[in-house]
Unconditional design. Structure first.
Length: 135
């Protein structure tokens, strides 16, 4: 990642899309919607790989280039269940899939959305108690 000042400058100038994205993903965390600059300040020093992956994807999306960053986030975060199977990981995955869609890479977008659906289903199954019917 570039310096904090560079990241913040790019996100401040070109991050108008963030508000719409956060409103759409608000249901995942049920937390107040965080402004992009506040998220960037928190995420830049975070030790959570999924949060850093979201920041890296937001930065690349705001630049509208550096698509190598998308591939890096895909291989390091989205492809690792330890990181992807969390609320933060799903948010990162959603942003990455949306970014792939917006840059005209439907196959990568579809594979990422499919992976997200599978992870979400696994998370629900793990969290839900197993009930057996006895007749």
């Amino acid at each position: 990642m570039p310096s904090y000042d560079v990241v913040l400058s790019v996100l401040s100038e070109r991050g108008a899309w963030w508000s719409s994205f956060r409103q759409k993903t608000h249901a995942i965390t049920q937390t107040p919607i965080e402004e992009l600059t506040s998220f960037a300040a928190r995420a830049y020093t975070s030790s959570d790989p999924a949060v850093l992956g979201t920041l890296a994807t937001a930065y690349a999306r705001s630049l509208d280039k550096d698509r190598d960053i998308y591939a890096m986030v895909d291989s390091l975060i989205v492809s690792d269940l330890t990181y992807a199977a969390t609320q933060e990981g799903l948010e990162c995955l959603i942003l990455l899939a949306k970014s792939y869609t917006d840059i005209g890479q439907p196959q990568r977008a579809w594979l990422t959305w499919r992976k997200g659906m599978a992870i979400a289903q696994l998370m629900v199954r793990v969290a839900a108690p197993v009930r057996f019917c006895s007749h």
